[in-house]
Design a protein around this ligand. Structure first.
Ligand code: 2BA
Length: 110
């Protein structure tokens, strides 16, 4: 058995969970926060037999979209320096999904 840990954007998480449910995959969504943008995202956990990992990855590919986000770099500038420097927002591309596939040593439902 494998545990798929997929970090997806909040905007995509509902569609991902609906599509998983439609194909009888069980999943859990955790509200998480990315370390770089410090914005909310979702981590979806899916436990599956190894043979079904690729199908789950296909579902993630289908429903997780790439988006561009802008982040304002925070620079400790003095008032004088701030008036002389124009700090450009930084553009980053987020997603589709960041996925880890882990071996499950033991699975129990008690
Ligand atoms: P964040 O850490 O908020 O990162 C959002 C996006 O910012 C990243 O998109 C990437 O394009 C950019 N980014 C991240 N760190 C950067 C850096 N040091 N310098 C420049 N740009 C940087 P994604 O790569 O698609 O990642 C989306 C989210 O997936 C991340 O949100 C984080 O929550 C998670 N993630 C990505 N890689 C991870 C990893 N190796 N381990 C754990 N979580 C990861």
């Amino acid at each position: 058995m494998k545990l798929i840990v997929a970090i997806v954007q909040d905007e995509d998480s509902r569609a991902v969970q609906d599509a998983l449910k439609a194909e009888d995959f069980r999943s859990t969504r955790i509200s998480t926060t990315g370390g770089f943008l410090v914005r909310g995202n979702s981590t979806v956990l899916v436990g599956v037999p190894e043979a079904q990992v690729e199908r789950v990855l296909d579902i993630l590919r289908l429903h997780c979209h790439t988006r561009r986000e802008f982040v304002s770099p925070v620079m400790p500038l003095s008032e004088g320096a701030a008036s002389r420097h124009w700090v450009q927002p930084l553009e980053v591309q987020v997603g589709g999904a960041t996925v880890f596939v882990l071996d499950v040593e033991r699975f129990e439902q008690l």
